[in-house]
Write a protein that binds this ligand. Structure first.
Ligand SMILES: [Zn+2]
Length: 454
């Protein structure tokens, strides 16, 4: 057995089975020097008491109090890092105005390293404090500050997947925020990949480069082709937006006569390490193509309500066993918390199920049977997200990375109220999912490294 770094003793929740949960009351989780879980013991295991004694003698035992719960770290599959200063602004505008008036001028500022260094540390710190141990980031078109974001994740110990954004189609990009040329975009992307892989201290690949075409309309076919070749060459992760709105879907049909999923597949961009943000207007054959390529979907429930024109097929995606996790889509939604995104995902599905128009009879108003449960949303945020990033995170099982949070439900300024004699384990877990805020998150580990400690 590899050398133990520490053990955590206490109660935990996780969701090995989609739609269900597991609760352990007095578990001992042993973590090795590499940050990997080596064993999960209960008091019926013969080694349990001896291990506790040994760890305790060497100050390697972290014992949780009865109001503290160990939970897997949260995975955010879709964050626009440069939009952090924009969070909470202008979300009642139409998408076009929001992008032109706020987003593109802000993203263009990240050419400036001094500006980027002012923003990115705050963002990473905020996500970690909210329990996001893994984050998949869109940066901007600028290579150097995108590498800086990767460095910042590494500095603060967050598992980061970072993309230098690509957008070169002059009819869709503002003149002040566009690649100088397709060739430059490809050269800079390749250089970005090499630089992120070579960052000092990144030998274990805590941060990874992600090939990132912004979306079909903002990229020329030559750019998509070139990015697909880089994907094959470097076997990198890929992220992009997919069939997000009526406009985006219709644009792809008009230009290529195909769906976004088909277009990405034609250009070699659909692999088991591809993350498709939004994916609202999926056809049945898109479902099949996503499944056969092993690509994943990032469901961004709140920003979809603002900008997607329709509701997500979350129920069908879960039932068809497509790979799927949750994304905050900061700043298309303002809240940097995947716990909050869980609540949004449930709300989103309920509005879809019930429908909205009071002018229609109840049975014609919504799409029956389309709700998802809190446990399913939480599974998406942990296990589903882990599968999408191709990392062994989201579960407390031997061989998984120790990415974990300690939630304390009894701090002075808590929204969570637990009544021991009335609340079952499931009640407690649902309360934590719905009511948790960053004050409740007392400790955060990524790969066995303590990165938040209150
Ligand atoms: Zn987005």
């Amino acid at each position: 057995m590899s050398e133990i770094k520490f053990g955590v003793l206490g109660q935990y929740f996780h969701c090995p089975v989609k739609g269900d949960f597991e609760y352990a009351a007095h578990a001992l989780i042993l973590v090795d020097q590499q940050g990997t879980i080596v064993s999960v013991l209960t008091d019926s295991d013969t080694q349990y008491h001896a291990q506790i004694e040994a760890l305790s003698a060497h100050q390697q035992l972290i014992e949780l109090s009865p109001t503290q719960y160990l939970m897997p770290g949260m995975v955010d599959l879709h964050v626009h890092a440069p939009q952090f200063p924009q969070a909470g602004k202008g979300l009642d505008l139409p998408l076009y105005d929001w992008l032109q008036d706020y987003t593109f001028p802000l993203e263009a500022k990240f050419e400036d390293m001094v500006f980027a260094k002012q923003i990115y540390p705050q963002l990473v710190q905020s996500l970690l404090a909210n329990g996001t141990t893994s984050a998949v980031y869109f940066a901007t078109i600028h290579k150097d500050t995108s590498v800086e974001l990767a460095r910042e994740c590494l500095r603060q110990g967050q598992r980061g997947y970072i993309g230098k954004v690509n957008m070169d189609e002059p009819t869709q990009c503002p003149p002040f925020y566009i690649e100088p040329s397709t060739e430059t975009a490809l050269k800079e992307t390749e250089c970005f990949i090499q630089q992120v892989l070579a960052i000092e201290g990144n030998e274990e690949q805590l941060v990874s480069p992600v090939i990132t075409p912004r979306f079909v309309p903002s990229c020329t076919a030559e750019l998509l082709q070139g990015l697909g070749e880089l994907v094959q060459q470097y076997q990198c992760h890929v992220q992009t937006h997919c069939s997000e709105s009526d406009w985006a879907r219709d644009h792809s049909q008009a230009q290529y006569g195909k769906t976004d999923v088909e277009i990405y597949n034609d250009f070699g961009l659909m692999t088991s390490k591809t993350i498709l943000a939004h994916s609202i207007f999926l056809t049945p054959s898109d479902h099949q193509l996503i499944k056969s390529t092993g690509a994943s979907i990032a469901h961004c429930p709140l920003s979809n309500m603002y900008f997607a024109n329709a509701a997500m097929q979350t129920r069908e995606i879960l039932d068809n066993d497509l790979k799927c996790g949750l994304g905050s889509d900061l700043a298309g939604a303002p809240i940097p918390s995947i716990f909050h995104t869980c609540l949004d995902a449930v709300n989103h599905s309920r509005v879809r199920e019930d429908g909205t128009s009071t002018y229609l009879p109840a049975n014609e108003r919504g799409e029956q049977g389309s709700r998802i449960s809190f446990l399913e949303a939480y599974w998406l945020a942990t296990v589903g997200g882990g599968q999408a990033i191709d990392a062994k995170v989201g579960l407390f099982q031997p061989g998984f990375e120790f990415d974990a949070l300690v939630i304390d439900t009894a701090i002075a300024d808590s929204n969570i109220f637990i009544l021991e004699e009335m609340d079952s384990a499931k009640d407690k877990l649902e309360k934590i999912i719905c009511l948790n805020s960053r004050q409740n998150i007392r400790k955060v580990w990524v790969k066995g490294q303590l990165v938040v400690d209150k």
